[in-house]
Design a protein around this ligand. Structure first.
Ligand SMILES: *[C@@H]1O[C@H](CO)[C@@H](O)[C@H](O)[C@H]1NC(C)=O
Ligand SMILES: *[C@@H]1O[C@H](CO)[C@@H](O)[C@H](O)[C@H]1NC(C)=O
Ligand SMILES: *[C@@H]1O[C@H](CO)[C@@H](O)[C@H](O)[C@H]1NC(C)=O
Ligand SMILES: *[C@@H]1O[C@H](CO)[C@@H](O)[C@H](O)[C@H]1NC(C)=O
Ligand SMILES: *[C@@H]1O[C@H](CO)[C@@H](O)[C@H](O)[C@H]1NC(C)=O
Ligand SMILES: *[C@@H]1O[C@H](CO)[C@@H](O)[C@H](O)[C@H]1NC(C)=O
Ligand SMILES: *[C@@H]1O[C@H](CO)[C@@H](O)[C@H](O)[C@H]1NC(C)=O
Ligand SMILES: *[C@@H]1O[C@H](CO)[C@@H](O)[C@H](O)[C@H]1NC(C)=O
Ligand SMILES: *[C@@H]1O[C@H](CO)[C@@H](O)[C@H](O)[C@H]1NC(C)=O
Ligand SMILES: [Cu+2]
Length: 659
């Protein structure tokens, strides 16, 4: 390495240390996991909560923040928490390749790097009161700083095609993307990246945000405790950054949940013992309340007061355990502006579809003039499997116009929105297929390095004396590529990091072990039994990975919301029937596909995603329907370390919970 390069690297690290580490705002939150008594549907029970709240507290952060959340387990059960900054990771080198490809010389690239880091630091500092007080003269307007830096880079490098627009977007990337989280230690899923926090113990999660903006959420990732242990995370743009849509008057978290009258631990126990599907829930909830259509619920129904002529943004999280939902507001269309922590092109619809794990940012305008009128917002299931039982109830909240000139709100009965029928797959995929990313692609997806083609199936295991409650006395199960995932008793991340053998196997199959007509209605029963195993997929650092999920009709065809930890991915294609390796990729959207962390794979169909494996670590991949995950529709991707120090997993924190 030349001396010049060493000096440059030194400057870069110094700049990073001084400006990024010391001046960034770092907040500490405290989460006390404990039981609290709640009354719903005329019955009172104890539920597990964070700080006694259901749903749990909403966390507000800015793009690029790092927060610590200390989770104290004051309950009776093991617990872990998963955070959904899905983590969009790419480094400064990638940006140089993306945008500075014409800066041919090494020196050119190095200059870029220095300028970018310096610029980034100034940007960060500018947001600090300290900085403004200390160096008032330097604090020019943001735009001035931007133009200066822009002109400087343009004059020094050979980036002739760089436009102002490129530069602004580029900044967005650079400012937040320099930081690669590579911190699986705080990801949360039990026995995947950590041992659970046992009663009486605590764990301080370090949650690193990079480029996410909009709505994310956090939830328990142990047993079924996420039913009540969950909450929203709202990520605001950096101070000084604008929304790419008109500024709303108010933003409102809308957390969709699922409620059983029975204790959720008992529901899980009963489910595991029977071998059949879990009992249906008794209600869905909007911000913890079932709403007017359920007994003993009218008083507490969630109400949103709006003013005529103003715009609102709903930050919707589907925290439901086992159902995909349709959601709508009567007489108000919804304009989607973001999904899973990433902006989308504006999409205006009468209803939206949201699967467990997903988030949507929806704007609407309070544009109804009828005095005193009230409107229901409502959600109910989208469930396509034939003869699969599910909770058919509808949860509601009320939109009411305030300042309505003394009109009597309590006397008007609200209007219900019309939601698509429970099994309306066309309506569900009309919506999902219309979503598009707003921003330029963050990495090239025109080709991939590795393709993983995996079936996702419902299965059965034989049961002694046919005594289980599944079909024909079997025990229901689920699999990916015919492997029903078994959780180990030591977490995979620890086993990987400390090279402990015998915890997991590395040969998750890249293709289905057997090709058959996956979506045929009459498949032989012999195909239904999977293998139990703990197998992971090893992935090379920084490669572009394509995963094609193939739904099957084994036992019953269903929609599956597949969720990958550690990354957002581009949903490049989907379709019904079997994936055709030759024809289907020709129809991919490689221009502006939605950038999500949970993809809904259509019933008896497939979906293809592409992501860049730039975040080394151990990352869980699973169906976000809790019953399917429990049955084994999950696996783990281990993304190997890169060669540079900044391309390796962070070291473990001092205190990880013990098994
Ligand atoms: C810069 O932006 C223009 C449109 O303003 C676009 O056509 C071009 O591809 C962009 N260049 C890069 C390197 O992203
Ligand atoms: C809601 O919209 C429907 C159909 O557009 C209309 O008939 C109805 O009067 C509206 N209701 C209210 C309360 O605004
Ligand atoms: C609104 O209606 C309720 C119930 O009918 C009534 O008690 C109340 O006086 C009314 N308020 C106004 C402002 O009209
Ligand atoms: C949806 O359900 C309705 C009524 O239950 C039924 O008539 C219809 O055939 C179903 N559609 C599909 C696509 O399964
Ligand atoms: C299973 O069947 C055998 C023989 O019929 C019987 O002895 C045994 O008790 C049965 N087991 C259960 C769990 O029903
Ligand atoms: C149950 O068994 C019957 C008769 O053996 C068979 O026809 C049917 O396909 C089985 N059903 C399932 C869901 O395996
Ligand atoms: C696969 O099964 C589907 C549904 O039964 C059927 O429409 C299709 O023709 C089958 N494909 C082949 C290649 O047999
Ligand atoms: C899955 O594996 C089991 C056990 O090896 C085998 O019996 C079954 O046929 C396989 N099914 C499929 C769909 O590959
Ligand atoms: C809680 O976690 C510990 C450590 O992994 C484990 O030994 C114990 O069985 C767990 N308890 C329950 C109730 O799952
Ligand atoms: Cu599923």
């Amino acid at each position: 390495m030349g001396c010049r390069k060493i000096v440059l690297l030194f400057i870069i690290s110094l700049a990073k240390f001084v400006f990024c580490e010391t001046l960034l705002r770092i907040r500490q939150h405290e989460f006390f996991v404990k039981e609290a008594s709640y009354t719903r549907l005329c019955e009172t029970k104890h539920i597990l909560t964070v700080n006694g709240q259901f749903p749990g507290p909403t966390l507000y952060v800015n793009e690029g923040d790092t927060i610590y959340v200390k989770v104290h387990n004051n309950g009776r059960y093991n617990i872990t928490i998963h955070w959904l900054p899905p983590i969009i990771a790419f480094g400064i080198n990638d940006l140089l390749t993306l945008h500075g490809s014409r800066a041919s010389s090494r020196m050119g690239k190095a200059i870029h790097a220095v300028v970018l880091v310096a610029f980034w630091s100034i940007w960060k500092m500018r947001n600090e009161v300290v900085f403004k007080q200390a160096v008032p003269n330097v604090a020019k307007s943001l735009d001035e700083i931007k133009s200066m830096a822009f002109l400087w880079v343009k004059s020094r490098s050979k980036v002739v095609s760089l436009t102002w627009e490129n530069w602004s977007r580029f900044n967005l990337g650079v400012l937040h993307g320099v930081k690669q989280p590579r911190n699986p230690w705080s990801d949360g899923p039990e026995y995947i990246t950590q041992c659970p926090i046992q009663p009486g113990d605590s764990f301080n999660y370090k949650v690193i945000f990079s480029m996410e903006v909009g709505t994310l959420w956090w939830h328990a990732h142990s047993d079924w405790s996420r039913a009540t242990v969950h909450g929203a995370i709202v990520v605001h743009p950096q101070p000084g950054e604008q929304y790419p849509f008109p500024k709303p008057h108010e933003e409102v978290p809308i957390i969709l949940g699922e409620w059983w009258k029975k204790d959720v631990t008992e529901v899980l126990k009963e489910f595991l013992a029977s071998g059949s599907a879990p009992r249906d829930s008794d209600a869905y909830t909007i911000n913890g309340q079932p709403g007017d259509l359920y007994p003993c619920s009218r008083q507490a129904t969630f109400k949103l007061n709006v003013e005529y002529g103003k715009r609102y943004i709903l930050r919707i999280v589907n925290a439901v355990m086992n159902e995909i939902l349709f959601f709508a507001i009567a007489n108000h269309s919804l304009t989607v502006v973001g999904a899973d922590g990433s902006y989308t092109k504006q999409l205006t619809k009468e209803y939206v579809v949201i699967a467990p794990g997903q988030t949507l940012d929806c704007m609407f305008e309070a544009n109804q003039v009828r005095p005193g009128a009230r409107y229901y917002m409502a959600a109910r299931a989208y469930s396509s499997g034939s003869s699969v039982p599910f909770d058919k109830t509808t949860t509601t909240g009320i939109l009411q116009y305030g300042n309505g000139g003394g009109s009597n709100l309590t006397t008007t009965s609200p209007v219900l929105p019309s939601l698509p029928h429970y099994n309306d797959t066309t309506a569900a995929f009309d919506f999902l297929a219309s979503l598009r990313s707003l921003n330029q692609l963050l990495f090239s997806i025109s080709a991939y390095d590795t393709r993983i083609y995996s079936t996702i199936s419902i299965n059965t295991f034989p049961c002694k004396n046919n005594s289980c409650a599944g079909p024909n006395g079997t025990r229901l199960s689920a699999s990916m590529n015919n492997i029903s995932f078994e959780h180990p008793s030591v977490d995979i991340l620890k086993a990987y990091h400390y090279q402990i053998g015998g915890v997991y196997g590395t040969h998750f199959p890249r293709v289905p072990p057997l090709y058959y007509n996956f979506t045929s209605r009459n498949l032989p029963a012999i195909l239904q039994t999977p293998k139990r195993a703990t197998k992971v997929m090893m992935i090379e650092y920084n490669t572009i990975v394509e995963v094609v999920f193939q739904g099957t009709a084994l036992v019953v065809g269903l929609d599956h919301p597949m969720h990958l930890h550690g990354f957002n991915f581009y949903v490049v294609g989907w379709g019904f029937g079997n994936f055709d390796e030759k024809k289907d990729p020709m129809k991919y959207n490689l221009v502006d596909p939605p950038f999500r962390n949970t993809v809904l794979v259509p019933i008896n169909g497939w979906a293809a995603i592409r992501f860049r494996a730039s975040n080394p670590g151990v990352w869980y991949l699973h169906c976000h329907l809790e019953k399917h995950r429990t049955w084994g529709m999950d696996t783990v991707f281990i993304v190997k370390n890169g060669n540079q120090d900044q391309d390796r997993m962070l070291p473990p924190p001092l205190h990880m919970p013990r098994c």
